[in-house]
Design a protein around this ligand. Structure first.
Ligand code: CP
Ligand code: NVA
Length: 305
């Protein structure tokens, strides 16, 4: 594992390694045991989109590992004024030990890795959000003590979260049902990759436009915003189309009684999810958010240590 760009590129052993280190680092943090695995190392964090969780968890995580994080907003660095990814990759590789990037185009992340000589971590693109989904799977594992054979229902937009969930579930042997309106289904290349992974793990990958079919007897119910960063102009139209896909108590009641609810956050109550579900007893969204910290520390330590 040289980079963390897409979950499709990871082996199941990589995921197991990340989870086992994340578990250890989480315990050490809670017990106040220092774990400065990246003492003296630096992480450049490029953001061309907003962030609360990703920025704070990477920044705090790097500090806890004994390293130093640099927040590089695209408004402030020359990338935002047209310097190429090629030159940015070459230059940053001379200064820092790793790069985390949140941006629009997946190809920019691929190019950073291609032209630079240091590990690159994908902190979200329009196509994928692999760090989020590793934290999600880790959270599910904490609650359910297994991943293999579980059913996860993702209801909503066939977006970056849905894509990385497809990869992550198919890799780890979880059945995944994605319910989206016809014009908002997942990217077909990602679906192909997930089907490839599912063949190895024995999981089922099902795409549907029926939210009830997806949620029926699910162990995990997941949704995300209907309006991702960059889609603000489509707000009215999207809200109309997605309303039948709202995760409310009526839809959630079709899942298993002990089903857990996940959302990557930020959440928009009364759009993709109602308050009684996200603030209800089956919701684990803040454990999920916390686990971004532990899982990403493991990722950084494994890539940059
Ligand atoms: N879930 C997530 O990535 O949140 P931020 O956009 O706040 O980083
Ligand atoms: N799909 C959302 C996820 C935010 C963490 C977006 O891309 O804006």
């Amino acid at each position: 594992m040289k980079h963390l760009i897409s979950l499709h590129h990871l082996k199941i052993e990589d995921i197991e390694k990340i989870f086992s280190l994340a578990e250890k680092l989480k315990k050490q943090l809670k017990e106040g045991i220092p774990h400065k695995l990246l003492a003296g190392k630096t992480l450049g964090m490029i953001f061309t989109k907003s962030s609360t969780r990703t920025r704070v968890s990477f920044e705090v995580g790097m500090y806890q590992l004994g390293g130093y994080p640099l927040f590089l907003s695209s408004n402030d660095i020359q990338l935002g004024r047209g310097e190429t990814i090629h030159d940015t990759a070459q230059v940053l590789s001379r200064y820092v030990d790793g790069i985390m990037i949140r941006t629009f185009k997946q190809s920019d992340v691929d190019d950073l890795a291609k032209y630079g000589s240091i590990p690159v971590i994908n902190g979200l693109t329009d196509l994928m959000h692999p760090c989020q989904i590793l934290a999600d799977l880790f959270t599910i594992y904490e609650y359910k003590k297994t991943l293999k054979g579980l059913k996860l229902a993702y209801v909503g937009d066939g977006n970056n979260i849905a894509h990385s969930l497809l990869h992550g579930c198919a890799k780890t042997g979880m059945d995944i049902y994605v319910a989206s309106p016809k014009d908002y289904q997942c990217n077909s290349e990602i679906v192909e990759e997930a089907l490839e992974d599912a063949k190895m793990s024995g999981s089922n990958v099902v795409l549907t436009d029926d939210p009830v079919e997806a949620v029926k007897d699910a162990d995990v119910v997941y949704t995300d915003t209907w309006i991702s960063m960059g889609q603000e102009g489509e707000k009215e139209e999207r809200i109309k189309t997605f309303m039948p896909y709202q995760v409310n108590s009526s839809l959630f009641s079709k899942a298993k009684e002990d089903a857990i609810f996940l959302h990557c956050l930020p959440a928009y109550r009364d759009f993709e999810v109602t308050g009684d579900v996200i603030d209800g007893p089956n919701s684990v969204v803040f454990d999920e958010a916390e686990n971004r910290l532990h899982v990403q520390k493991a990722i950084m330590a494994l890539l940059m240590g």
